[in-house]
Write a protein of this length. Structure first.
Length: 113
């Protein structure tokens, strides 16, 4: 469970580091009121949010992850990554491999029972 979580969060962080404009676009506009609910909920077969929520639900069933709405739990861990990346973009701090692992571990602990 942790290894899957670590992989998903690592991929999200690395995507944000390597493609800041794309990350900011997705982050800024994914909740835009101009996007229709049909388009927002469309399953394109590559919905990473759904993959993360499935992992959360599975972890909740196993008693590993806190019992809370899976969407809220997902937003909690996404918010950590998003906030860290936005600080990185304005040069508040560097992100090296040690810090990336610390962020992933902290986001994991945020949802653990």
């Amino acid at each position: 469970m942790y290894e899957r979580f670590k992989c998903l969060q690592s991929n999200r962080l690395r995507f944000g580091i390597h493609f800041p404009k794309m990350f900011l676009f997705i982050d800024s506009y994914s909740f835009s009121p101009y996007i229709s609910p049909e388009l927002r909920n469309k399953d394109d077969g590559h919905n990473s949010s759904e993959i993360v929520r499935d992992l959360i639900v599975e972890g909740q069933r196993q008693g590993i992850i806190k019992e809370m709405d899976s969407h809220l739990c997902h937003q909690l861990i996404h918010g950590i990554i998003s906030s860290i990346l936005k600080g990185y973009y304005v040069n508040k701090y560097p992100l090296n491999e040690v810090q990336i692992q610390q962020i992933i571990e902290a986001s994991w602990k945020a949802i653990l029972v």
